[in-house]
Design a protein around this ligand. Structure first.
Ligand SMILES: C[S@@+](CC[C@H](N)C(=O)[O-])C[C@H]1O[C@@H](n2cnc3c(N)ncnc32)[C@H](O)[C@@H]1O
Length: 258
């Protein structure tokens, strides 16, 4: 069972997207994409549309942005956020079923979404199908084995992290993506680390939202309320004593279709 983005976890995900980690990712993606006025661009798993507004401004009135996401709740948030933009269209579908024309897009981007797609192969086929020759694919996915909290008692900390492994379908997608893209005719595949470390547990930090997501998910995986409360208290204490840490390792993968 993975994360249900229609539920309260969707709300936490949106807070995460608004945090400094979300802003840093969006800047890296926008820097990588060579966007021209008039371009057609798709954001796969667009969530609440934080990137869509930037893309819409970059392509201007003559361009079109598609926000694709299977979650009605996420798309509802995206529609609200992007209500000023007439050049954004929404597709309530899975990544493998965009409904877009073959060779119709200048670029496709995706942020922390493909790791939630159980069978990623048809999704990548679809991305290669809709991209024009020479079109860019820019993906950010997390190396989940390096998504780690430090400061809680080792055994309990390990238990919470172990439970979290079930939250997505692919723990280490960026390691497999280059081969998968090259087999589909992509060239110039490059990886870039967007890793970060946080040593304070203040409100509105990605560490705080990640902690809430992990705690909620651990409860769905059979950990007791007492265990999860203990884990959070231990992290709080570690923060008070100046020995708290959280690391995350997003990777930006970029490639061009030959
Ligand atoms: C962690 S959120 C990321 C949202 C957004 N890209 C961002 O960075 O804020 C993951 C998103 O992937 C979407 N998703 C889940 N399964 C998907 C699928 N099969 N195809 C496309 N998107 C999917 C979820 O609904 C959710 O909105």
């Amino acid at each position: 069972m993975g994360v249900d983005f229609d539920s309260d976890l969707g709300k936490l995900q949106r807070l995460m997207a608004e945090s400094i980690a979300g802003t840093t990712r969006r800047n890296a993606i926008l820097n990588e994409m060579q966007i021209q006025a008039g371009d057609t661009i798709v954001d796969i798993g667009c969530g609440a549309g934080h990137l869509l507004t930037h893309l819409a401004k970059a392509v201007g009135d003559s361009g079109t942005i598609y926000g694709l996401d299977p979650s009605e709740a996420q798309l509802e948030q995206a529609r609200k956020r992007c209500s000023e933009f007439e050049n954004i269209k929404y597709i309530e579908k899975n990544a493998d079923d965009s409904q877009l024309e073959t060779d119709s897009c200048h670029s496709v981007t995706s942020t922390q979404a493909l790791e939630y797609v159980p069978d990623v192969e048809p999704a990548l086929d679809e991305i290669a199908r809709i991209l024009k020759p020479g079109g860019a694919f820019v993906n950010v996915s997390i190396l989940w084995d390096h998504f780690k909290f430090h400061g809680a008692e080792e055994q309990l900390n390990g238990k919470v992290h172990e439970a979290f492994r079930a939250h997505c379908s692919h723990q280490m997608l960026p390691m497999e993506l280059p081969g998968k893209l090259e087999r589909r005719g992509f060239e110039s595949v490059k990886d870039r680390s967007l890793a970060f470390v946080i040593t304070r547990r203040d409100n509105n930090s990605p560490a705080r939202y990640s902690e809430a997501v992990m705690a909620n998910f651990a409860l769905t995986q059979g950990l007791s309320l007492e265990e999860v409360s203990d884990w959070k208290s231990q992290l709080e204490k570690a923060d008070q004593q100046g020995r708290f840490g959280f690391t995350s390792f997003p990777v930006l993968t970029s490639a061009y279709l030959s």
